[in-house]
Design a binder for this molecule. Sequence first.
Ligand SMILES: [Ca+2]
Ligand SMILES: [Ca+2]
Ligand SMILES: [Ca+2]
Ligand SMILES: [Ca+2]
Length: 618
Amino acid sequence: MSGGGVAFLDCNNNGKLDIAVVNDSSIDRYLAGGDPMITLYLQDGNGKTLHFTDVTATAGLTTKGWATGIAVADYDNDGLPDIYVTGYGHNVLYHNLGGCKFADVTAKAGVAGGGFSAGAAWADYDRDGFVDLYVARYVSTDPRHLPDPQTRVYKNALTELPDKMPGETNFLYRNRGDGTFEEVATKAGVQNPQKAHGMGICWGDFDGDGWPDLYVTNDASSNFLFHNKRVGTFEDIGLDSGTAYGEMGQTYGNMACDSADLDHNGRFDLFVTRFAGQPASLYINDGHNEFHDAADRAGIAGPTSPLVKWGANFADFDNSGWHDLLMASGNFSTLLDGAPGEPPFVEPIELFLNKTNGAFREIAADTGLNAGPLKSRRGTALGDVNNDGRLDILIFNVGAPPSLFLNETRNDNHWITLRLVGTKSNRMAIGARVTVTTGNIKQVDEVRAGGSYLSTSDPRLHFGLGSAASFDRIEVLWPSGLLEQFSRGSSDRFISLVEGSGIALPSGQARLAKTPGLEIAQAIPTSTPQPIQSTSYDLLPESRWGHKKSHRKGGSFLAPEMRVSQPDSDRDEPGVAEVTRRLNRLLGESERVFQGTESSPSEEHHGVSWIYFFTTPP
Ligand SMILES: [Ca+2]
Ligand SMILES: [Ca+2]
Ligand SMILES: [Ca+2]
Ligand SMILES: [Ca+2]
């Protein structure tokens, strides 16, 4: 199997991220009923220590099956994140009852799916205040009627190759707002009638019109970019946009996607991972729904090509103000180890540091990410699991416990992390577009719920601010259409922004097309809003990444080479041994003992470093 996914979520809203991990199964076990589809690890440290406890059974997450992916969102706007799990045979929707107790509401909700579901992700595509769910399905296969082994041997491995198997259509579940969903993929034009092999999903407003668009990666086929036509329907502009194929029009084995505004021009760019021998694509958004593949120029095509690539995330790991890129890899079978031309089952993680000039440099070896035993990696998720202002990494490993990497980068850079609370908009503000201005730099990001490879990251938006000890303003374009400003404030803290508590900017309503059905006000607890000052909403200059033209010069507060300093004992930062001890029971039962290693800081450290924790095999 090509699973699976991981998720950061805060299941009891106590401000500390919990962890959900998909559970693999096997054909024999699946035919006997399967395995519990996910494991939930509750973060229950005392604030000083990081500690997790497996609460799967007491949380009621007991539905069995063969899981692949996980997508978390608050589908009923009650303030508690709910969990959707994809898998083979059936999917499951767990409603969060509070206190990290869940109920399987799949049947009532009508989102069981069927067949072989892979990626899933939430977005409010019709902007009615309730998040909707897209599910990509992979191949059509039946473990009770497997094909003749003699016809399905790939090198040394008995396997079914996707390009020789029929695919399946995809699902779009429209949230009716009453706990039930209506499957509307055909009506909406996102059904995938050609039955391409769906894998990854990236919702994002790629054309900046305020309506979420949908990118779907397909194995052994071209990718879809479904442009939201604002009337409940989509059109596939994958081919016209330049995001359907490889740079020279190649059809590839596409796995996962992620998006971010890499070049500070307000447009979301796309990254796509692929099978071995196929470079990843970095599709730079040129505006007007046109992209070009800059992976080669950016120094990403070469290093990514040999690997069997899965999860990938853009994130600012050193808080420089520029997105770096994480990528996880691993071949699909140990039986291929040693086969001519085949990458091994276990492969290194790659981390590309943004050089801020349109190019990246692969620095994983210097960060400690590969200091422990290599694994066959799959889904990846990001989140600040210890709330120290640095994004940490969670990765699914095939046949092994997941890996959690704590970001131990030491530098003087600043950051803010924003939690958005929708009132008219969906409660988790999925799809909200946030612009953070520091000096003459504007960074844009969007709240997402599911993506990359089968996984869900921390819903809080993390912004590295470089040397800026304060931000000038934050603007939020809520899914309801409201554009609000929150005033200047100091960096290095977590801020909650509640829809309606800032200063409304009139241009927000005018900028977006009106849509009916947005009057879904709810009484919710609010945090203290920031004091306000008004301002204009300037556009940014053209991208320096673009092939068309670039007039963006200087003016940046971002220094690419960050000073590396040793841990400051005054900051009450635990050392490796102490963290190791504290993490002794991390991610599992008492028999899963953790060991810690640390990479050695060096001149080639590049300001990014990690403590690597891994479990001994059970
Ligand atoms: Ca909920
Ligand atoms: Ca909706
Ligand atoms: Ca759009
Ligand atoms: Ca952290």
